[in-house]
Design a protein around this ligand. Sequence first.
Ligand SMILES: Cc1ncc(COP(=O)(O)O)c(C=O)c1O
Length: 344
Amino acid sequence: MDMVDLRSDTVTRPTPQMRSAMAEAVVGDDVYGEDPTVNALEDRVAAMLGHEAGLFVPSGSLGNQLGVRLLVPPGAELLCDQLAHVVRAELGGHGVLGGITTRTWAAPRGKLDPDVVMAMAAPDAGPYLVSTAAIAVEDTHNFGGGTVQDIADMRRLRSFADETGIALHLDGARLWNSHAVTGVELDAIGGLFETVTVCLSKGLGAPVGSVLVSSADRIARARVWRKRYGAGMRQVGILAAGGMYALDHHLDGLVADHDRARRLAAGIAEVRPDVVDPGEVETNIVVLDLAGGPTAAELASGARDRGVAVSILGPHTARLVTHRDVDDGDIDRAIDTLVSLLSR
Ligand SMILES: Cc1ncc(COP(=O)(O)O)c(C=O)c1O
């Protein structure tokens, strides 16, 4: 039985066409800046996001790590929400390797509320307290349930940043999904932030790769740090070609992923409206609140036995993510399986 794998949109496999684009990529030594495919991808993504320069990195976590490092000196703080990937799922890398501290705000469903953030920011708190150097925003918000940030809220944060000198980082791992929903231009969002990370390896279906964008000067410094972290790569245009192919061919497919996520949530809500509100599903992520049972581990194990894989986010929280490698039939199977497990 084929597994319907809803754990994450990172599980997608490159298509034969993507593989052939990768096989044919023109490559060079990227540490010398000589890989034409990497250079083209970096330039393309930077332009799409309204920035001067880009840096190809192996993961979203490294993109965030470098982006934040450029903005927050050791001993200063990054503000982000309690569910942010940078603080929950990057294994303390920003503190361990960047020497920074974080302070978090509560954000129901990961939604940015600029008033809350502005009230806690402390741009010049020294010498006894930690000063805020940067604020991180996540769009779409993963653990918040694929929620989309409001451009008006991000603009208000930008004005505040301009007034206070605090910098802004955007974890845009799934910014493509946000754009697919709102139609707000990517450069209109990206241009509000000093540094932006986007991932090619999630809904876009490339096997590896993220891009950090910023000013040319900051990206030159990030290039040094990337090498220092051991992530200077050589003929990596083979991977960048997968990203190029994804940008050419896979952006449009995100809308279908979102429709399937809503249908999945609606199917579950028919029997268990306490578990998910389909009206809250904005993109490709469905978070299940299992406070009324079963536990997330019980659901995940029962579903796996029946050929459906889901993620456990907490004792009573599970996550389902739609992506290019699940079709309508897979969603029907997932609904049947989850409904039967949740109806008991
Ligand atoms: C919002 C967000 N940011 C960053 C990352 C990190 O990406 P990677 O797994 O490539 O390190 C993820 C991964 O799922 C994510 O969901």
